[in-house]
Write a protein that binds this ligand. Structure first.
Ligand code: FAD
Length: 492
C-alpha cells in the first residue's frame, strides 16, 4: 500500500525474492496500490523538480539494499556518467529511477511467475479474514491478500496559523513545480519553516526566474547546516556496542550517555566541545550564521564532521534504548536543532542560497510569533519586526508526525478494529524486530508489515533515511518468506 520509495523498494525485493523461491511451482501475485497513479516517486519526488536536489549523494540512494550501486549503475547506463556516486542529483532524475525500478519489477515478475498489478486506487480499510486480509479501497473494490506491506509515506506540513483557505496560502509546497507555477514572478513570497522542504521550495522558485522577494521564516530563522562533500571521519572512541553497554548500566540510554559518546569523539580528535555549544545557541544572525557555515563546510568544519559521524552511528542504535521521558524530551526540545545540524543540505544548494542571500532576494527571518491574513495579503509578526507577503507557502512539519492524509481512513479503520494501535510518538505500534504491526492485544499480526514514517514512534529518525528504510524493507520481506512454509520449501 503506497508506491513511494519505500513501496518501490518492497516491490523490487519481493519480486526478486519470490522469483527465486518459486520459479515454476506456483504463481504469486503482488498488487501495488497508489491513488496518484504514479508508481515510484511518492510525495518526496513527485513530480520531479529540476532545481531541488536529493539530500544525499547518489551512492546512498539505491532502493536495493543488497546493491548500493544500483542507482549509480542506472545513471551510468543512461549515459549520465561518469558518475562517482558523490553527486547530488535532482529529484526529477530520482523520480525516473524509481519509476524504472517499478517497471523493471513488473517485467522481471513476468519471467519468474510473479504477477505484478499496479492499481491506481487508495486502500481505505483492512480487516482480518481467516488466514488472510480483506482490503477495501476508495473505489469500493474488495481484495484479499496473504500479506500486506503498509508504506503510506510521509506526513504533510501542518497549518500552524490556521491559514488554510486564505487566497495566496499554500499548505504544502509539493508538488514543487505546480506550486511555483501558481506564483506571480514579482510577488513577495514568505516560506514558513526553514528546513529542507523550505530549501527545496526556495530553490525551485528562484530557479523558475522569480523576481520578487523571498522570506524564509521560522522561530530560529536558521537553515540546516551544509554538507561536507567528502565521506567524513570514522569514529575513534566508539565501538558498535558502546550505546548498548552504556544503556545496560542504567537500564536505558540517557541524554547524558549521548553527551559522553560525543565528548569522547571530540576529545579523541582534539576538537573543543565549545565549538558545538556555540552552534546550539541561538544568538547569531541567521544569514551570518548560514554564510559562515557555507564557508566552513568547504574544508569540513571539525565539530560538524564529528557530530555527523556520531549521528550516523546513533541513527538506528539509540532510539529504542531511550526511556519514554527521554524520547519526549528529544522530540520536543532537541529534534529541531538535531535535524538542523545532522541533516545537512548539499553544497550546491548552499551555494545557490548564499547567492540569493547576498543578492538580497532571500531573507532569513527568525523569531516568528504570528502570521495573519488580511485583504492585502499576509502579515508576519516576529519578536522584533513585522513583514508583509503576497503569498505564504507552508513547510512546517508537525513535531510528532501524524499519519499522512491519504492513509488516515485506512489506519483509522485498523485502529477501530483493534488491528493497530497508535504510538504516542507518532505512527503505529510495531514489533521492531520484524516490522509486524502490533494489534490491540499487543500481539504481532502475522503478514501485516509497516514501513517508513508510519513506524516513526518505534524507529524515529531512521524512518526518514532511505538506506535505513530499504534495509527494513529487506528484513520484512525476508521475514515473510521465511515464515511461509510453502515458500520455504521451494527455496533452492
Ligand atoms: C520532501 C521530502 C524530501 C526527502 N528527500 C530525501 C532525500 O533526498 N534523501 C533521502 O534519503 N530521504 C529523503 N526524504 C525522506 C523520505 O522519507 C524517504 O527517502 C522516502 O522518499 C520516503 O518514501 P515513502 O514511500 O515512505 O513515502 P512517500 O514518498 O510519501 O510515498 C508514499 C506513497 O504512499 C501513497 N499512499 C498513501 N496512503 C495510501 C493509501 N491509503 N493507499 C495507497 N497508497 C497510499 C502516497 O500516495 C504516496 O505515493 C525526503 C522526504 C520528504 C518528505
Amino acid at each position: 500500500m503506497g508506491a513511494g520509495a519505500t513501496g518501490t523498494s518492497v516491490l523490487d525485493i519481493l519480486v526478486r525474492d519470490l522469483g527465486q523461491v518459486a520459479p515454476r511451482a506456483q504463481e504469486h501475485e503482488v498488487t501495488v496500490f497508489d491513488p496518484t497513479m504514479r508508481f515510484g516517486p511518492g510525495r518526496a519526488y513527485l513530480p520531479g523538480s529540476e532545481k531541488a536536489l536529493l539530500n544525499l549523494p547518489a551512492r546512498m540512494m539505491s532502493v536495493r539494499p543488497g546493491d548500493p550501486g544500483h542507482f549509480v549503475d542506472w545513471l551510468a547506463e543512461r549515459g549520465r556518467g561518469p558518475v562517482t556516486g558523490g553527486e547530488f542529483l535532482s529529484r526529477s532524475i530520482y523520480a525516473r529511477y524509481l519509476e524504472d525500478v517499478v517497471a523493471a519489477a513488473v517485467s522481471t515478475g513476468r519471467h519468474s511467475n510473479v504477477r505484478v498489478r499496479l492499481v491506481g486506487d487508495r486502500a481505505s480499510a483492512i480487516s482480518r479474514a481467516t488466514d488472510a486480509f480483506a482490503v477495501h479501497t476508495a473505489a469500493d473494490e474488495h481484495h484479499c491478500f496473504d500479506a500486506i506491506f503498509l508504506c503510506p509515506g510521509t506526513t504533510e506540513p501542518v497549518d500552524t496559523y490556521g491559514l488554510t483557505g486564505r487566497p495566496g496560502f499554500v499548505v504544502d509546497p509539493y508538488p514543487l513545480r505546480e506550486t511555483v507555477s501558481r506564483i506571480g514572478s514579482g510577488q513577495t513570497v514568505a516560506v514558513l519553516g526553514t528546513g529542507l522542504t523550505a530549501i527545496d521550495f526556495v530553490l525551485e522558485l528562484a530557479g523558475s526566474g522569480h523576481q520578487g522577494q523571498i522570506l524564509a521564516v521560522s522561530r530560529s530563522g536558521y537553515l540546516p547546516s551544509v554538507r561536507y562533500p567528502g565521506p567524513g571521519p570514522n569514529l575513534l572512541a566508539t565501538s558498535d556496542d558502546t550505546v548498548l553497554t552504556l544503556a545496560k548500566e542504567r537500564g536505558y540510554l540517557s541524554l547524558l550517555d549521548i553527551y559522553r559518546v560525543l565528548r569522547a569523539e571530540f576529545r579523541e580528535r582534539n576538537v573543543p566541545m565549545s565549538d558545538l555549544w556555540h552552534e546550539l545557541r541561538s544568538h547569531e544572525d541567521p544569514a551570518a550564521r548560514f554564510l559562515r557555515h557555507v564557508d566552513e563546510a568547504r574544508g569540513g568544519s571539525p565539530w560538524h564532521l564529528v557530530l555527523i559521524a556520531v549521528a550516523r552511528y546513533l541513527v538506528d542504535k539509540a532510539w529504542h534504548l531511550f526511556d519514554d521521558a527521554t524520547k519526549a524530551a528529544l522530540i520536543h526540545q532537541w529534534h529541531g536543532v538535531c535535524a538542523r545540524l545532522c541533516a545537512p543540505m548539499p553544497q550546491e544548494s548552499a551555494v545557490e542560497l548564499a547567492r540569493l542571500l547576498r543578492a538580497g532576494q532571500l531573507q532569513l527571518v527568525g523569531g516568528v510569533e504570528m502570521v495573519t491574513a488580511n485583504e492585502h495579503g499576509f502579515l508576519i509578526d516576529t519578536t522584533s519586526s513585522w513583514h508583509v507577503a503576497d503569498c505564504v507557502v507552508n513547510s512546517v512539519r508537525p513535531r510528532v508526525p501524524v499519519v499522512p492524509r491519504r492513509a488516515r481512513q485506512l489506519i483509522g479503520s485498523m485502529v477501530r478494529d483493534g488491528l493497530a494501535v497508535p504510538h504516542p510518538f507518532g505512527g503505529i505500534r510495531i514489533d521492531t524486530d520484524t516490522g509486524l504491526v502490533q494489534d490491540a492485544t499487543g500481539s504481532a499480526v502475522p503478514g501485516l508489515y509497516a514501513l517508513g514514517e508510519l513506524t516513526v514512534g518505534e524507529r524515529y529518525v531512521e524512518t526518514t533515511i532511505l538506506g535505513a528504510i530499504t534495509r527494513r524493507a529487506a528484513q520484512a520481506v525476508k521475514h515473510l518468506i521465511d515464515r511461509d512454509p510453502a515458500l520455504r520449501q521451494e527455496r533452492p
